[in-house]
Design a protein around this ligand. Sequence first.
Ligand code: R5P
Length: 296
Amino acid sequence: MKQKPIIFSLFESSSVADEICKKLQCPRGHLTVHHFPDKEILIRLHTPVENHTVIFVASTDRPNDKMAALFFAAKTAKEIGAKKVILIAPYLAYMRQDKQFHSGEGISSKYYAQLISSHFDELITIDPHLHRWHALDELFTIPTILLHAAPTIARWVKENINNPVLIGPDKESQQWVANIAKLANVPYLIAEKQRFGDTAVTSTISKLENYSNHAPVVVDDIISTGVTMIAIINQLKSSNTTPIHCIGVHGIFADNAFQKLSALAQVVTCNTITHSSNKINVSTLIADAVANSGIA
Ligand code: R5P
């Protein structure tokens, strides 16, 4: 009889891991990460994994803090007999550094993908920042499953916002925003963004005046410092368009970004990174993908 995969949540109690276990009737693995006084770590898998497929659910926000544990967990599982080790990274880090923007820089997305490919046998992720890269197999040498939150977000918009107009903050966001708008059957606009540094952004939305009776919903794949959203909000406020909703697929919220943003708008994210703003639940989307992938 085929062995059931064992699901480990690597960094936090994860509703995604819970949903997969429920859907697939899989056992939940137990692991601990011991932190030594000198800041080294030791991963211990308490659940036996010999001859099992092991799935680690681990969002890779704050990737440098998590790097050692992520890769040591994969190696440990293999070392003690797992036959296959799969990473479910609802948020996949480092994808925005997708070219050499200045001389002397590296292409971090490629290096991070190489690290993941050399530790895991498969990857499942949601809406990675594919902009200059067009597909995950341009970066990863392992099989990947790419999921889209658009249908789940479109449903949330339809159920929660009356007469919306979606606004994408830049041309990179067009792919997500256009898809959600189509599925929700609502209009959308794409703004022009200029970034002058990590926390300096300007944004211009054309034709906003055509949607003065609509509820603006700013949609982006990632909210990090929040300055992209705030630049759009400032323009919306100057044309008196309120209340404003912001939806991020992945709410990273660097420093106090959430506090700043939520003072200006209603902020909603998908649960790809655990946060109090998680109102859009993509756990079923992931669990269904695992169930349909033949892994279980
Ligand atoms: C960039 O291309 C992304 O799609 C997001 O717009 C960006 O990462 C948002 O970052 P921040 O919240 O720091 O403006």
